[in-house]
Design a protein around this ligand. Structure first.
Ligand SMILES: Nc1ncnc2c1ncn2[C@@H]1O[C@H](COP(=O)(O)OP(=O)(O)OP(=O)(O)O)[C@@H](O)[C@H]1O
Ligand SMILES: [Mg+2]
Length: 249
């Protein structure tokens, strides 16, 4: 397996009762890369995520993750293989504290693996992992606060924390800073940078500050196809990208 083939998406087509949304998407994501997908509203970015994360089946095409064909697999199977998508609001128990929300994810991930341990040892490991994730997402000050009273930015950080509790190899984030203030966005960039240091990230984002601060590679989705996939400096100066997308800003 070459580095370029960690996640390989080829010839993905998707239509919704006649509406052709994706028309042959090809994309390669390397291990440990932070890969941003940009493109105009309605380009099909979220649809592509829905296909990668198993919510939708592609009309045709293949997705290979570490050489295994994962297209058409159920979201929970993909989760077990190490592919995790952060969903807004879902999975968050509003009445539970930040710590307990993340702990419940860590428990369900490690429940089986540690079942041979004596119970106190098992609990200690779970609490330690939970605390580490709370710190990673920067929520240590509100660790004991119920999820329902967190600020918007903190709620989004908690969703990422819950995603991390599944110990993903690849994290998918769809517009993680949408609706945030400039200050919250700055914090979110630093947090995403931290939590993806040893992981692979695919991020959909309209905020070009976020894209250019985080991405190693940027792919531009336009009219159902990847127009270009390249390093940020090349994307910034690409005339086709300016015409298709950046020029609109
Ligand atoms: N479940 C669905 N059923 C029918 N049409 C859909 C469905 N999901 C998406 N579409 C259509 O597919 C097209 C692409 O939508 P998608 O949400 O993937 O775009 P996007 O690139 O994420 O846009 P945005 O930047 O606004 O989030 C749109 O025309 C949308 O209406
Ligand atoms: Mg979208």
């Amino acid at each position: 397996m070459s580095m370029a083939d960690y996640l390989r998406i080829s010839k993905i087509h998707k239509d919704f009762s006649g509406l052709r949304v994706l028309e042959g998407v090809d994309l390669k994501v390397r291990e440990s890369e932070r890969h941003a997908i940009i493109g105009p509203n309605g380009a099909g970015k979220t649809t592509l995520f829905n296909i990668i994360s198993g919510k939708f089946k592609p009309s045709s095409g293949a997705i290979l993750f570490m050489e295994q064909d994962i297209s058409g697999k159920q979201p929970h199977e993909l989760n077990r293989l190490g592919l995790a998508r952060s969903f807004q609001i879902t999975n968050v128990f509003r009445e539970l504290s930040v710590f307990d929300n993340i702990r419940s994810g860590v428990r369900s991930r490690h429940g089986l693996r540690y079942h041979f341990f004596r119970r106190p040892e098992h609990n200690r490991l779970i609490n330690e992992r939970t605390e580490a994730i709370v710190h990673e997402v920067g929520l240590q000050k509100v660790m004991n606060t119920p999820a329902s009273v967190l600020s918007y930015g903190q709620q989004r950080a908690l969703e990422i924390g819950i995603t991390l509790s599944t110990e993903p190899k690849i994290i998918l984030l769809d517009e993680p800073t949408a609706g945030m203030t400039r200050e919250e966005t700055g914090e979110a960039i630093r947090m995403i940078d931290r939590v993806t240091a040893k992981r692979t990230l695919i991020i959909i984002e309209h905020d070009m500050d976020v894209v250019f601060s985080l991405a190693h590679t940027i792919s531009v989705l336009h009219y159902g196809k990847i127009l270009v996939s390249d390093i940020p400096e090349k994307i910034r100066s690409d005339q086709r990208v300016k015409d298709a997308y950046l020029g609109e800003e």
